[in-house]
Design a protein around this ligand. Structure first.
Ligand SMILES: [Zn+2]
Length: 227
């Protein structure tokens, strides 16, 4: 921080603290970096309905809508902005290289219920001992962010539970390859069932609008609780 901004920061803190008590919420010298990872792409369609709706298309649209809602408060990076195939390592490389503060992998599920699933990385049992070995940095990194990732999941859960009525919710740690190697809190969500999507593309838009608002709200809630 330059001297002037330090001074400005101190003055602002002094002014705001007595009034609100939440100085951190109003002062951001640098924006947080959110990396959103729309699953699949290119030849990888993900789930496909009988009507030809593809998961890769829906999650990209959803990611773009979330980004629009977050971009005034955060730096938002998408791992893909087009219909291209990228490997899971490339996705995480983008996030790590950009020093993301939060990684959100987006997928759909195939549940008969309009279910929401939330996962964070948890190594499978046999690896739990070996990942402590310092040489295995790739596998040990996510462990540093286990509890924060779990907190992020619970923030999502709170917001989704508060705003939806009939949906089945589920959250757990699992050895999700797409979250492996994250040097930041990282979660994967499946906030929508592909079976719950209407056939007409124009009818899908409002569903994604509502969902993107909930996801943006969940991210805000997570960072508010961290402060
Ligand atoms: Zn998927």
């Amino acid at each position: 921080m330059a001297k002037e901004s330090v001074l400005l920061f101190i003055i602002t803190v002094l002014i705001i603290i007595p009034i609100t008590g939440f100085a951190n919420k109003t002062i951001q010298t640098t924006q947080r970096i959110i990396v959103i990872d729309p699953g699949h792409g290119g030849a990888g369609n993900g789930l496909v309905t009988s009507g030809g709706i593809k998961e890769k298309t829906i999650v990209l649209k959803l990611a773009q809508k979330i980004a629009q809602k977050l971009e005034t408060s955060y730096n938002v990076i998408l791992t893909r902005t087009q219909d291209v195939a990228i490997s899971s390592k490339e996705r995480m490389f983008t996030a790590n290289k950009n020093a993301g503060d939060f990684f959100l992998s987006l997928h759909l599920n195939h549940s008969k219920e309009p279910a929401c699933f939330f996962y964070y990385f948890e190594p499978p049992e046999p690896f739990k001992q070996s990942i402590i070995a310092p040489k295995n940095t790739w596998k040990s990194q996510p462990l540093l962010y286990q509890s924060e990732s779990r907190q992020a999941v619970s923030s999502f859960l709170s917001i989704f539970k508060a705003h939806k009525k009939t949906t089945y919710f589920f959250s757990k740690g699992a050895p999700i390859i797409l979250l492996e190697g994250a040097t930041m809190p990282a979660i994967l969500i499946e906030p929508l069932s592909i079976l719950a999507l209407p056939h007409q593309p124009e009818d899908i838009e409002p569903i994604l609008d509502e969902l993107s608002a909930l996801i943006a709200k969940s991210i805000n809630f997570y960072f508010e609780k961290k402060q």
